[in-house]
Design a binder for this molecule. Structure first.
Ligand code: HEM
Length: 411
């Protein structure tokens, strides 16, 4: 029998801060490489920045999971991906029609207006951390509530209900979730959202969902199931990504005190530092996926109709042709051409929001909590190798206690 020489995907990391070492070899020797998935299918793995960008720019490539040949990386997610009719999984022109309904909500101007509110949430979460016992489990106490509260507020979803959508995204983004678990969590979430939309119909407020209901659903530009799909997308797309980026960013800075000191002494650097953190971490570790609708040429390489493509963002963001010394974390480099938010028509709609959240979170945390540091040895941290979105499961942190006035001091 012929030996199967194809590479199994996903591959493992050797260092928690670096993507699998094979990526570097593939970029050099085999930038278009057939890999083998759990179901035996063999999509192309693309590891170079320029090839990933090219695929994500071409309308020859489809983002629709129902198409034959679309790469399903985890078994549990396949059913959810196939059932997902939100615009992240649709091609032009329907994708553009739906995206345009919400795009103005996430422009620089509109998101910048929310800065004071995001700052308020960050300050409150830090107050809670400072008031509670040490160590603090940072993912649970800060990284998770921050983006959840922000998006819930913008959409007009009661924050008290966050457990429902947190549970749903955790199950849907988990590589070990069974199709049954994914189906059950999806059902619960859809029923909840349907009910919420009814409430917005009867009692619209000043929030994104109310505006969508009044301007799109009621006049008939959007049917009810599409409305539920958009709501679900906006709630979940930025959930695991932002939580994990926040925790990983803090950890990366703690492990690179020299780079952290540069930001602390020159706060202007924070914008660029966030871009560098996005490049360096590339939390969407299992690739943005497409399937060729037609035979397509990508920088001289033929991808045949029906062949799947996995765009390895963590590899593209370490491409030495684009970033000098790419494995070095350097807050002063210009990393803005990174592909952590994807590229082309599906490029992340929430990227300005995500970046502002990270800027405020990092600046405020390190300014308000002197001596912030890991409360356990680095080797004890557990990383999310097995998940669609990379990160750290728990991040116990501690800091210098303030000097309390001594009891016998007068005044
Ligand atoms: C650091 C955090 C984030 C990262 C790394 C990230 C990454 C990405 C990537 C790579 C894509 C492209 C997917 C594809 O091409 O198939 C995407 C799309 C998207 N993201 Fe984000 N995202 C983040 C935060 C957010 C936030 C906070 C929101 C909130 C609204 C959001 C909403 C979306 C939406 C709606 C899409 C689909 C866009 C479309 O298909 O037109 N993301 N994101």
């Amino acid at each position: 029998m012929e030996k199967d020489e194809s590479l199994a995907y996903p591959m493992s990391r050797e260092c928690p801060f670096d993507p699998p070492p094979q990526y570097g070899e593939l970029r050099r020797d085999a930038p278009f490489k057939k890999v083998r998935l759990w179901d035996g299918s063999q999509p192309w793995l693309l590891t170079r920045h320029k090839d990933v960008k090219e695929v994500l720019s071409q309308s020859n490539f489809s983002a629709e999971p129902l198409r034959e040949g679309y790469p399903h990386i985890f078994e549990g997610r396949m059913a959810a991906d196939k059932a997902d009719q939100s615009f992240i999984r649709l091609d032009a022109p329907e994708h553009g029609r739906l995206r345009r309904m919400v795009v103005r909500e996430f422009t620089v101007k509109n998101v910048e207006r929310e800065r004071p509110h995001i700052q308020e949430i960050v300050d409150r979460l830090i107050d809670n951390m400072l008031a509670g016992p040490q160590p603090v489990e940072f993912v649970e106490e800060f990284a998770r509530p921050l983006p959840t509260e922000v998006i819930a507020y913008l959409l007009g979803v009661p924050y008290e209900d966050h457990e429902i959508f947190h549970r749903a995204t955790r199950v849907q983004f988990g590589s070990t979730s069974t199709p049954e678990e994914v189906g059950a969590s999806l059902k619960e979430l859809l029923a909840y959202l349907d009910d919420l939309i009814s409430k917005k119909e009867t009692d619209p407020q000043d929030d994104i969902l109310s505006r969508l209901v009044t301007e799109q659903l009621v006049p008939g530009h959007l049917d009810r199931s599409a409305m539920v799909d958009i709501t679900r997308l906006l709630l979940s797309a930025g959930h695991q990504t932002s939580i994990n980026m926040t925790a990983l960013s803090v950890l990366t800075l703690l492990q690179n005190p020299g780079e952290l000191a540069k930001i602390e002494s020159n706060p202007e650097l924070i914008r660029g530092a966030v871009q560098e953190l996005l490049r360096y971490s590339s939390v969407i570790q299992a690739g943005v996926r497409r399937v060729a609708r037609e035979d397509a040429e990508v920088n001289g390489h033929l991808v045949k109709k029906g062949e799947g493509v996995i765009c390895a963002l963590p590899s593209a963001n370490r491409d030495e042709d684009i970033f000098a010394d790419p494995d070095r974390f350097d807050v002063t480099r210009n990393a803005s051409v990174h592909l952590a938010f994807g590229y082309g028509i599906h490029q992340c709609l929430g990227q300005i929001l995500a970046r502002i959240e990270l800027e405020i979170a990092i600046t405020t945390l390190f300014a308000r909590i002197p001596g912030l540091r890991l409360a356990v040895p680095f080797d004890e941290l557990r990383f999310r190798e097995d998940m669609f979105v990379y990160g750290v499961y728990e991040l116990p942190l501690t800091w210098n206690k303030p000097n309390l006035p001594s009891m016998n001091q007068e005044g």
